[in-house]
Design a protein around this ligand. Structure first.
Ligand code: KIV
Ligand code: ZN
Length: 514
């Protein structure tokens, strides 16, 4: 009797590798680790934690995730050569479930122009790479870069060779986002017929034509049982297939797509916010599932409908993706126990020490704001810092007005005790930054500045996200406060603390970049 075909789709998250290849994104180790823990909570099957050969820092980043994150398979990417594969093997060796992901390009244009190799040589390289990877780990994935512009017979040949050499997952990337759902469905159905049944076929789609999610779903219809994707769809150029869109499409349209994932959908929103905050890449308001407007109803007709019956205009519950945003949770009379419970209810595991410091900030916020919403609490917790607190904001005062040069007075606690400085600037935020730089003696270049309200209303918390450059190092930071100058100052001080701690990421484009 033939077994019913499994409908389980493995979710392979590449936010920390392909996602991190987004222009301007550079995550340091602690940020990568924080995201990896959230991906594990989310329930993804595989975390691609980086490209270990790219730099010693990348190798250490992957290795830390391999050592500390339990649950998902942890993989590192390697081109089909010895140095890359050995670096990937070192990086994942302490993982609970290690995988090496190796790849080589297979399209005529990539083979002749980029690799300068004949097809036979490409097949040889693939075989050697998979064999070498298998000498380190049992779980090897092989990808044919630019597969969707490759000859199908050649794909079949190289994939069969890779499977024979020991690969158990075969990935078919639409590297340049060129394919269509129909082509993808047909290609996967073809490959499924060519390869042994135990092989897991995988899709990896880029979004250059906005088709990455549709193409990934079509691949599943053709036989893919692993999909590679990223939180918020970040990635090279137009990005990768968006994890949250795929998962919610499968969940919401089970009637049309008979597939299951093991993703805990209630963790999606938190993952999205975390990736946006740490990567410095804002989520567009109308982004499906996680955008600010995804569950907002503006027109009177829609609002009236939703009040009468939610299903008139909503196909999913916001709660299902972890967005119980506007619910009032706390007031200024709430005690520490209620505060701790609210954090637990929102899914945060925080130790007593942290509850204590967060509670002090919560009280301060509640005094100013009165009502505290779930999003306020999230912003408080997520503005956490693993950065050693060399400099701490003690107080500030701004003088500004029409026809006046803004002046900031700032007091920081420093290892030498409290230090004050006064500075002026083109605006109050710049004046505060100048004063902070005077105290710390550090003057990084501000590269990006973004402010957004965490909740609505005049007393809403403001979240400032900044990107800065210090020498060759790129740093990202956020600060949260009801006052935008304070939120900005907190973000800028965090940058100073990162610099002192030697954090941030050197972003040099080398020959080892993919
Ligand atoms: O897009 C691509 O081809 C890739 C591979 C390296 C898997 O990211
Ligand atoms: Zn890719």
């Amino acid at each position: 009797m033939t077994q019913p075909e499994s409908s389980r789709i493995r979710i392979f998250d590449t936010t920390l590798r392909d996602g991190e290849q987004s222009p301007g994104v550079a995550l340091d180790h602690s940020q990568k680790l924080e995201i990896a823990h959230q991906l594990a909570r989310l329930g993804v099957d595989v975390i691609e934690a980086g490209f270990p050969i790219a730099s010693p820092g990348d190798l250490e980043g992957v290795s830390r995730i391999a050592r500390e994150v339990r649950g998902p398979i942890i993989t590192g990417l390697a081109r089909a050569n010895r140095a890359d594969i050995e670096a990937a093997a070192r990086a994942v060796e302490l993982a609970e479930k290690p995988r090496i992901h190796t790849f080589i390009a297979t399209s005529p244009i990539h083979m002749s122009k980029k690799l300068n190799l004949e097809p036979d040589a490409v097949v040889e390289r693939a075989i050697e790479a998979v064999r070498l990877a298998r000498s380190f780990v049992d779980d090897v994935e092989f990808s044919a870069e630019d597969a969707t512009r490759s000859d199908w017979a050649f794909l079949s040949r190289i994939f069969k060779a890779a499977v024979e050499a020991g690969a158990s997952t075969i990935n078919v990337p639409d590297t340049v986002g060129y394919t269509t759902p129909q082509e993808m469905r047909e290609l996967f159905a073809f490959l499924k017929g060519e390869l042994p049944a135990h092989v897991i076929l995988s899709a990896h789609c880029h979004d250059d034509l906005g088709l990455a999610v549709a193409n990934s779903i079509a691949a599943a219809e053709g036989g893919a049982r692993q999909i590679e994707c990223t939180i918020n769809g970040i990635g090279e150029r137009a990005g990768n297939a968006s994890l949250e869109e795929l998962v919610m499409a499968f969940h919401t349209r089970r009637d049309a797509y008979p597939f299951e994932t093991e993703v805990r959908t209630r963790e999606l929103y938190r993952a999205s916010r975390m990736v946006s905050r740490l990567s410095g890449m804002p989520v567009q308001p109308n982004k499906a599932i996680v955008g600010d407007n995804a569950f907002a109803h503006e027109s009177g007709i829609h609002q009236d409908g939703v009040i009468k019956a939610r299903e008139t205009y909503e196909i999913m519950n916001a709660e299902l993706v972890g967005r119980e945003a506007a619910v009032l949770v706390m007031g200024k009379h709430s005690g520490r126990a209620a505060f701790r419970k609210a954090l637990t209810d929102l899914g945060y595991e925080v130790d007593e020490e942290r509850v204590k410091s967060l509670f002090a900030r919560f009280k301060d916020l509640a005094d100013r704001k009165g009502q505290i919403f779930a999003d306020d609490l999230r912003a408080l917790v997520e503005s956490r810092t693993d950065v050693p607190q060399t400099f701490v904001l003690e107080g500030f005062q701004i003088t500004s007005g029409m026809n006046m040069t803004p002046v900031a007075f700032v007091r920081l606690s420093t290892p030498d005790g409290p230090v004050d400085a006064t500075a002026h600037g083109d605006g109050p935020v710049e004046a505060a930054f100048q004063a902070i730089s005077k105290i710390t003696g550090l003057n990084p270049t501000l590269e990006s500045y973004r402010i957004q309200a965490v909740t609505s209303g005049g007393d809403a918390l403001g979240e400032v996200a900044i990107g800065a450059r210090y020498g060759e190092t790129t740093l990202h930071s956020t600060g949260v406060a009801t006052d935008i100058v304070e939120a900005s100052a907190r973000a800028w001080i965090r940058v100073m603390n990162q610099i002192v701690a030697g954090m941030g990421k050197a972003r040099t484009i080398t020959a080892t970049s993919i």
